[in-house]
Ligand binder design. Structure first.
Ligand SMILES: *Cc1c(COP(=O)(O)O)cnc(C)c1O
Length: 380
């Protein structure tokens, strides 16, 4: 069986988790602090704050900006539903904008039309690890005085060219970037998330809100020779990461450059193998972007039925997934008050499939995928 994805987890991660357990400190503690420092250094961000997952990271970003009832947040419907849920969980209204069919990312030209006096933030998703057009998005956000949050759930290790330099996603280029360490992403801690920012004030708010609004963290009280009474300054959340997760995350982060290099090689091989298949559209990387290839999404020709192609591949031992979902088609969001044209999002969901991609993928596995897909295309 060729799975859709496979995390790389080995003795290093197991040993790190074991050491955290045996240290006696298992909740948010020294491992979380070290993971934050190392992640910040990796992406080139001044601040990084670890949390329980990326859904809570996005919600925390909105909470730190005081986004709430009556506010609108513009985002892509064509994203994992967590993006929309984070907005609704905060009491605000998600406004969905269509994607560019070439990159599956939010289309900055359409975004401008969706801005109203109620718009407080934009959540731009680096879908499947492919960087958004941050040049256009930051200019638009600045012009309208709106905060730009990057949903970088899938984009650890992705890069974007800014003037002459290649920079990692998460610097951040917007005001805040949010990452996920779910096993479907390129590095994993089981569950986990991270917010990065260059704004010290926002970072301070993240830290306060992720831990119940507590004025003096337990780590500080634990190490103090003086009795300290903490206060709860605002009503916050419990969005903490554990030290076992962070210990695993530090080992995963060490692997990240190699994992991304391997995924890029697998993606390049797919491009060679599938490049001349009649009617199959391969993913394209803008010249200013380098994906980490969290997913590899191909568009099927209209003549083929998505479900039967997927079933036939599954029958031959190849797991695939349909194109990224559209939140506005799911029950909680069907009646979304405001609706812009989402044609390209719907087409991307209905006409695309995700092929297996993971760092350990072998040449033989890729050849098998290519052969079976070729047979499907010949049927149409
Ligand atoms: C996976 C994902 C999330 C949610 O991440 P969790 O860590 O599982 O909460 C959010 N946005 C996008 C685009 C994702 O792919």
């Amino acid at each position: 069986m060729i799975p859709i994805a496979m995390p790389v987890l080995a003795e290093q991660e197991a040993d790190a988790a074991r050491a955290a357990v045996l240290s006696g400190w298992v909740s948010q503690g020294p491992q979380v602090a070290a993971f934050e420092r190392e992640f910040a250094a990796f992406v080139g961000a001044p601040f990084a704050c670890a949390v329980s997952n990326c859904t809570t990271a996005l919600q925390l970003a909105l909470a730190a900006l005081d986004v709430g009832p009556g506010d609108e947040v513009i985002t892509a419907s064509h994203s994992f539903i967590a993006t929309a849920n984070s907005i609704r969980n905060q009491g605000a209204v998600p406004i969905f904008v269509d994607v560019d069919p070439e990159t599956y990312n939010i289309d900055p030209r359409r975004l401008a039309d969706a801005i109203t006096p109620r718009t407080r933030a934009i959540i731009a998703v680096h879908q499947m690890g492919m960087p958004c057009d941050l040049g256009a998005l930051t200019a638009l956000a600045d012009r309208h005085g709106i905060t730009l949050i990057e949903d970088a759930a899938c984009a650890a290790g992705s890069e974007i060219q800014i003037k002459e330099n290649w920079e990692r996603i998460g610097k951040p280029h917007g005001h805040i970037a949010c990452f996920s360490f779910h096993p479907r992403k390129v590095i994993t801690t089981g569950e986990g998330g991270m917010l990065t920012t260059a704004d010290a004030d926002l970072d301070r708010k993240f830290r306060l809100l992720r831990q119940h609004g507590m004025s003096v963290p337990d780590t500080v009280r634990h190490g103090s020779s003086q009795v300290i009474f903490e206060e709860y300054l605002v009503s916050g959340y419990n969005f903490r990461m554990t030290d076992m997760q962070a210990a695993i995350g530090r080992k995963q982060l060490e692997r990240l450059p190699d994992l991304v290099a391997r995924r890029r090689a697998v993606a390049a091989r797919y491009a060679e193998l599938l490049g001349n298949f009649e009617g199959l559209r391969l993913p394209t990387e803008p010249k200013w972007a380098k994906s980490n290839w969290q997913s590899y999404c191909v568009r099927l020709p209209n003549r083929l039925d998505q479900r039967s192609v997927m079933q036939n591949l599954l029958d031959q031992g190849i797991a695939t997934r349909r194109g990224i979902m559209c939140s506005h088609r799911e029950p909680p969001y069907v009646k979304a008050a405001q609706r812009h044209d989402l044609r390209h999002s719907e087409l991307a969901q209905d006409r695309s499939i995700l092929l297996p991609i993971y760092a350990q993928m072998s040449e033989a596995e890729q050849l098998h995928v290519a052969e079976c897909l070729k047979a499907e295309l010949a049927k149409g």
